[in-house]
Design a protein around this ligand. Structure first.
Ligand code: DP6
Length: 324
């Protein structure tokens, strides 16, 4: 079985965040979450199982990974080998198409593409639900990248019940995400470590679970109604409350830098000037600004003026997993 299979998956931005695991091993989240898959950022991954190999070989962006660096990839391959009842090693070649060095998460697109390519290369024909469950075992946010558009990850309570489902896959709503890259370097505290510290030590964690339940119930009808203001207000407050879990952890930490706070004020200034836009941010200092297509030019012009030309990337709703 040496047929090479290539899959493509796009990254996603969470509008209601996943921040905390109920089960570290199975990657079962404490809460459900909801995201928008983006067209601009994606990963292409090719997998071939080859009996001539004596170990898995993993290459990302033309760099061969050490066994330590490829541990999560090999773990997912082990799951695929177990499901397809074989023990052949694999050659994995992956390219991240992210316009600027790091700064934007690639683990979501990476593990969704790996789940798609590895399962098919192993001869498995998985449903999208099962692909979503498999991708989850690599990285939680990858669960959602199997689908395009607006996607909900149902927390579930075990491996079988924790998977994503599209809320609105064919998006005709003219919305966009303007990403403002303030620091393209690797994050100091990984999301995995950061969320674990928040669950274990933030006294606000129980309140966060209520926030997510409330925000999910409110954002879903707002998305289906194309209620831009309602969606924007929810995603911005949800992001701030997620980041409050880092500031309230022991020891406290933050993903913000000085420019992050300045950029948040710029978004509020834009709003005060009549340009509707709302920010969210993940485990890093960069803002992703949710806006309507008609306002992209004004927002981009302001960001370029304040933060520099090579810092702004515009993305639109993107598609789900595909095979090339
Ligand atoms: C802030 O999916 O990177 O982006 O499951 O440990 O791999 P692991 O974490 P990861 O965490 C994503 C956190 C987030 C919010 C989100 O995408 O929902």
């Amino acid at each position: 079985m040496t047929t090479a299979v290539t899959a493509r998956a796009h990254t996603n931005i969470a509008l209601v965040k996943y921040w905390g695991k109920a089960d570290q091993h199975l990657i079962l989240p404490e809460t459900s979450s909801l995201s928008l898959t983006l067209d601009q950022f994606y990963t292409d991954t090719t997998v071939a199982f080859d009996p001539a190999l004596s170990a898995d070989e993993v290459t990302v962006n033309q760099q061969r990974l050490s066994p330590a660096a490829s541990q999560k990839v090999r773990h997912l391959l082990d799951l695929v080998r177990a499901q397809s009842r074989q023990d052949t090693f694999a050659r994995v070649t992956s390219t991240n198409h992210v316009p600027m060095a790091a700064g934007l998460a690639s683990s979501a697109s990476a593990f969704a593409a790996l789940a798609g390519a590895a399962s098919q290369a192993a001869g498995l024909t998985l449903s999208r639900r099962d692909l979503s469950r498999l991708a989850r075992r690599g990285s939680g946010s990858a669960t959602r990248s199997i689908y395009g558009g607006f996607v909900e990850w149902h927390a579930g309570h075990n491996d079988a019940t924790s998977y994503a489902e599209p809320l609105l896959e064919q998006v005709t709503w003219p919305v966009a995400i303007v990403a403002l890259v303030l620091d393209p370097h690797q994050k100091r505290v990984s999301s995995r470590q950061g969320m674990q510290a928040s669950v274990a030590t933030s006294p606000y964690y129980p309140a966060w679970k209520q926030v997510v339940a409330h925000d999910l119930a409110a954002i879903k009808p707002a998305i289906l109604d194309h209620d831009f203001t309602q969606v924007g207000e929810i995603l911005e407050s949800n992001a701030m409350r997620m980041h409050a879990l880092t500031l309230s952890a022991d020891p406290a930490f933050s993903y913000f830098n000085g420019a992050t706070l300045t950029a948040m004020q710029t978004v509020r200034d834009l709003r005060a000037a009549g340009i509707a836009c709302y920010y969210t941010l993940d485990a890093g200092p960069n803002l992703k600004v949710f806006c309507q297509s008609q306002d992209i030019a004004a927002i981009t012009a302001r960001f370029t003026h304040d933060f520099g030309h090579d810092r702004v990337i515009v993305a639109h709703p993107g598609p789900g997993l595909s095979w090339l």
